[in-house]
Design a protein around this ligand. Structure first.
Ligand code: IFM
Length: 478
């Protein structure tokens, strides 16, 4: 894509290069266990739902799996050196639950703990802060077999797992993040079906929402009780920026955003969410005392942002549009209670290789709306980045000007948000490495470092060099 294709946004233009972030602002990169580690059968790790899902035919492009991924499990030292070379101040990674407690509950696998302990030590030795996510979608299959996130016991199991991690790593981890994007876990996993475990049960998805929220609250209790260092505590949400008809926007925000921010930050499920979903569930899975346990103070709210949606109310007769950006579509739908009344309108370009529209102003809108609603809550951009169809030279080099432009414009917006009074503490680019992009397998590349999946060679892309300059100077480069 030519960079000329990018819209001139109200908040970010070429003239804005050279902006300096405040001292102490964190620049990091993010990955997730199943997307990079590989070694799925080693050192006592048990299968996760993503092993099962990706091994079943038709779920992932080209039949790709995370069996090898980026082989980070074996190449972690090289990858940490790469991060140090890129000048990163923090690394956001996730821990594979099936490595730590392969049976879901009970016996702890020492080899799993040791891997992450070495990783954390290696980061600290290189002056990189460990930002550890407990759950980035790789539920032990044994727990799915027992009902998965729609059952309450999974939240109990998560609290036990959190206590194990707090005890083992809570002396060194800089920031604990309970969950990554519970929206995806609940709705793509249990209603839309495009993510593991691939169920299409809207009522189960809403039960999963609640048990994920409960798991978050209970994990914070467990981490606080066991961590002996002074970690920060957080959760990462992919909050949707919807534009269009007010009623359609309200519905998408209710089921997509407030189903999580409500209990986590305010201790409530809003009445309109309950009403919108009344034909799907009666919410009887919410027990006395749950909301008080879910609402816990967090030091930082992680925000993942990629694009926006345009929505309108659907009259039920016209041919229906469905451009909610979560393809490959699996037949189900991701918005229980609003599936039959809201439609997603195709957006104007430009778009990334995911088909997602590029709209940096959406990030500004999101950050400003969070500041307005939760003025005392520090924020962190825990994911932002773009897949493009990279062309690699024979030496692996990638001149990914479009990715640089995407990052530059979103970082400019982040800087603008700070100027508007948003307490924004950092920015993590998704992703450090090209990796296993879930239902798309290895067909979509988000990395600032190219991975050649034939020989696992890593090559820093132009965007990686650009990000190094940003991370080391604190100034947005050209
Ligand atoms: O790759 C994912 C990541 O695992 C979660 N957030 C969105 C990314 C891009 O789709």
């Amino acid at each position: 894509m030519s960079i000329d294709a990018f819209p001139e946004v109200r908040s970010a233009g070429p003239r804005d290069s050279g902006l300096r972030f405040p001292a102490g602002f964190t620049f990091g990169s993010a990955t997730a266990s199943y997307q990079v580690e590989g070694a799925t059968g080693e050192d006592g790790r048990a299968p996760s739902i993503w092993d099962t899902f990706s091994h079943a035919s038709g779920n992932v492009c080209n039949g790709d799996t995370g069996n090898l991924a980026c082989d980070h499990y074996h190449r972690w030292e090289q990858d940490l050196d790469l991060m140090a070379d890129l000048g990163l101040g923090a690394y956001r990674f996730s821990i594979a639950w099936p490595r730590i407690i392969p049976t879901g509950r009970g016996a702890v696998n020492r080899a799993g703990i040791d891997f992450y302990s070495r990783l954390v030590d290696g980061l600290l030795e290189r002056g990189i802060r460990p930002v550890a996510t407990l759950y980035h979608w790789d539920l032990p299959q044994v727990l799915e077999d027992a009902g998965g996130w729609p059952v309450r016991e999974t939240a109990d199991a998560f609290a036990e797992y959190a206590a194990v991690l707090g005890t083992a790593l809570g002396d060194r981890v800089h920031t604990w993040t309970t969950l990554n994007e519970p929206w995806c876990t609940a709705y793509l996993g249990y209603s839309q079906g495009g993510h593991a475990p691939g169920r299409r049960e809207p009522a189960a998805a809403l039960a999963a929402v609640h048990h994920l929220n409960l798991a978050h609250g209970r994990a914070l209790e467990a981490l606080r009780a066991t961590s002996t260092g002074s970690p920060q505590y957080s959760v990462t949400l992919n909050l949707h920026v919807a534009r269009g008809d007010a009623e359609a926007v309200r519905r998408i925000e209710a089921v997509g955003n407030r189903a999580f921010t409500g209990p986590m930050l305010e201790g409530v499920y809003d009445d309109d969410l309950i009403a919108d979903t009344a034909s799907v569930t009666d919410w009887s899975f919410v027990q006395d005392g749950d909301l008080a346990r879910i609402r816990q103070p967090i030091d930082v709210l992680g925000v993942n942002y990629y694009s926006t949606n345009t929505v309108r109310m659907w009259d039920g007769t016209s041919s229906r549009q469905s451009h909610d950006g979560h393809k490959p579509a699996a037949g189900g739908s991701a918005w229980p209670g609003s599936d039959d009344v809201v439609e997603f309108v195709e957006q104007a370009g430009p778009r990334t290789a995911m088909g997602w529209n590029i709209d940096p102003d959406g990030l500004l809108d999101l950050l400003l709306s969070l500041r307005e609603r939760y003025p005392a809550q520090p924020l962190m951009i825990t994911e932002n980045g773009a897949a493009f169809d990279d062309v690699a030279g024979a030496d692996g080099s990638v001149h990914d000007r479009a990715r640089i432009e995407y990052l530059r414009r979103h970082l400019t917006v982040a800087h603008r948000a700070i100027e508007h009074g948003v307490d924004l503490r950092g920015y993590f680019v998704w992703s450090l490495l090209d990796n296993f992009e879930w239902g798309y397998g290895y067909t979509k590349r988000f990395g600032i470092v190219r991975v050649d999946f034939d020989d696992q060679r890593r090559t820093v892309k132009d965007s990686g060099h650009w990000f190094r300059e940003l991370a080391t100077t604190g100034v947005i480069p050209r």
